[in-house]
Design a protein around this ligand. Structure first.
Ligand code: ZN
Length: 120
């Protein structure tokens, strides 16, 4: 069990794991000496095991977040790159097709002109 109270000089929250009510302590913030007051609240102190578990949870949380990021990155890469390439390919095919049509029409016009010249 730990005791929690506020510094009577700077009002900083002080938590002491070892001192009892009436013991002399020094505020870590303002260095004011005082005794642990009777109205100090008894709180459950965190054991080393609890601190370790919390640290592990934090590590797992970071790993999960990183995993999510990698997952989304892979999904976006796998989905969007092939779609992008497909669109590029389709666009290229459409343009090539238009070009061929245009060339064919031009050739036909030239041939028609040649034939007309020959006939006259
Ligand atoms: Zn203080």
């Amino acid at each position: 069990m730990a005791l929690k109270f506020n510094c009577n000089n700077c009002n900083e929250e002080i938590i002491t794991n070892y001192a009892k009510v009436g013991d002399a302590i020094i505020c870590k913030k303002c260095r004011q000496g005082m005794n642990v007051p009777e109205n100090a609240i008894t709180i459950k102190e965190k054991s080393d095991k609890e601190i370790l578990i919390q640290k592990r949870h934090n590590t797992i949380r970071v790993l999960v977040r990183f995993g999510n990021f990698i997952g989304w990155f892979l999904i976006i890469t796998i989905v969007f790159i092939p779609v992008g390439l497909l669109l590029l390919f389709m666009g290229h095919m459409v343009l090539a097709n238009l070009e061929t049509e245009h060339n064919t029409r031009e050739t036909a016009t030239l041939l028609r002109e040649l034939i007309e010249k020959k006939n006259t």
